[in-house]
Design a protein around this ligand. Sequence first.
Ligand SMILES: [Zn+2]
Length: 142
Amino acid sequence: MDVPFFGGCACGAVRYECSVVPLAMVSCHCRDCQRAGGSGFSPTVLVPAVAFKLLKGEPKFHTIKADSGHTARRAFCAERGAPLFASTSARSDCLGIRAGSLDDPSWFRPQAEVWAASAQPWDHLNPEVPHFPHDSQRGPNA
Ligand SMILES: [Zn+2]
């Protein structure tokens, strides 16, 4: 992957840039990610919030109390609804970008399966990376 890297929503109304390499990449199986994305998990690129910049458009935000008990704030395209990125009050210095919104999602390499306790039975979790029942900060046996 190159930095900066870029992405945006499905219709092009919102565009963003990130100026540094990601802090981590995870697949999040929490119920909130499932509901927000309509899928089994959210492929998430964690970046420092200060390195992230909106280039075009203003996403809408949806705030919800997440499974962790913290407040999750999710950004999506106000025009077409595409999920873009999210943040949590647990780590307000970070943003989680939806890998599918990247201009080149092919470099996404999930290093962990998080919130695996709520993974769906029909989903396939990568056996080659650690599985965390909840978030990765609580350790693999949390
Ligand atoms: Zn999640």
